[in-house]
Design a protein around this ligand. Sequence first.
Ligand code: PEP
Ligand code: MN
Length: 358
Amino acid sequence: MKIKDLNSWPIENIKRPLIISGPCSAETKEQVLTTAKGIKAAGIQIFRAGIWKPRTRPNSFEGIGAQGLIWLQKVKAETGLLTATEVANARHVELALGAGVDILWIGARTTVNPFAVQEIADALRGKDIPILVKNPINPDLELWIGAIERLYAAGLTRIAAIHRGFSTYQKLKYRNDPQWQIPIELKRRLPQIPLFCDPSHITGDRNLLDEIAQKSMDLNYEGLIIESHCKPEEAWSDAKQQLTPQALQELLANLVLRNPEANNEVINNTLGELRHLIDDFDEKLLELLENRMQIAKTIGHYKKENNITVLQNKRWSEILEKSLIQGMKKGFSEQFVSNLFKAIHQESINQQEDIMNS
Ligand code: PEP
Ligand code: MN
């Protein structure tokens, strides 16, 4: 794929991070225009507003519909801001393009559905408008990449990705679990795709936006999409996560932007040496794991000869508890130690199963 970078978007003096901001939903003409003027004053060039809203439950505000597109035209005429909105089907595409919307995005609840994404791609065929693809609500990288591929196959080349976190059944600190390794893997698979972070939908809480925005900058994301509203507490959707354009300007001013690469030989040499050490340790880790697995396999043969099941729950609980205590004493998080040992244990089970079935 030859996806074009953000320099191909119709934006002046582009610099990292590229910001897209505006309300979750267009509600009234006044709310849209007042917020847009605040966004313009904050030095931002792209204004977002949801016109059709995919709400989890019925009887919530489901978007103002096509009349909001006229407000977006007014925003453009009065402020010169570029406008962006979400499309979820061919009709949305037709209306948004007809109204001169500059940038489109596909929402998380649409990316999960290949039929819907294909319908959007077909409606866009031959129109190379910039489009952003949110991650699907479930942590499935292939679906995310698949949506990007469908758009690319329809001739779109200015495609970016938005990381907005993943749904969980249990409530965690954030509204949507970031699972940072998924967008990192997306970037490894599609290095040319510009990546935006959506701290609003990740956190669900305006008081937590700054930590996620900063983290995404430290992970070298190219852009941020953040919801803002002239009166956030009164918003008709996502009221807890929106902030005023002024508060957004402050948040952006406080971001620390670090360089993706050093231009300095001494720094690069030092980093290079440290990375050699890491590579050595990675090799040793794999050797250790190989040795551990040899023992697990010996145990597997022994279990087979003596007709004992692969899994002994009590033994596994002991391993996990002991490792958690030791690992946390070494400063690792509980989640890391737990994930690590679960992965090691699962691999031992798989290999012992192979022995049982051989
Ligand atoms: C939105 O950006 O307002 C939106 C509906 O987001 P998501 O698709 O990430 O839930
Ligand atoms: Mn929203």
